[in-house]
Design a protein around this ligand. Sequence first.
Ligand code: ZN
Length: 138
Amino acid sequence: MPSNKNLEKVSRWLSRWKPRLLLDKWAVMPSMEDKDPASKDGFVDMVVITVDTNNSEAWLRFYPRLWKESAEYQEMSTIHELAHIHTDHVRILLDKAVKAGVIDKQEVKEKIEDLTNTVAKIVYKVYQKKKSSSEYHI
Ligand SMILES: [Zn+2]
């Protein structure tokens, strides 16, 4: 799929998921990368977010590998990256503890990923239920 089609798709997802994730005041700028990044420990990033918590701005970089996945996986990955906006304050705090040698870097990374995934899954499931049940409202 050409990248401008993907950009349109991403714009729709941002309009859909930013309010649902309570991120209305955030400016989220997407960009389409031409090449996949190098793998880290056998894992290749497909979409990456950079968060500026001071200015409520974030940058989403989408890599070509993502567009080979299912539509649901693509959207869920985007929701996951947006959920990182909520967990980034905690990550920054914990990084100070990592630098002080108080806690393990990998452990922090895993816990932050788990928390981010939980936030993303809750929001995704809530809105799936809303779609299928008229009496379910929040
Ligand atoms: Zn993540």
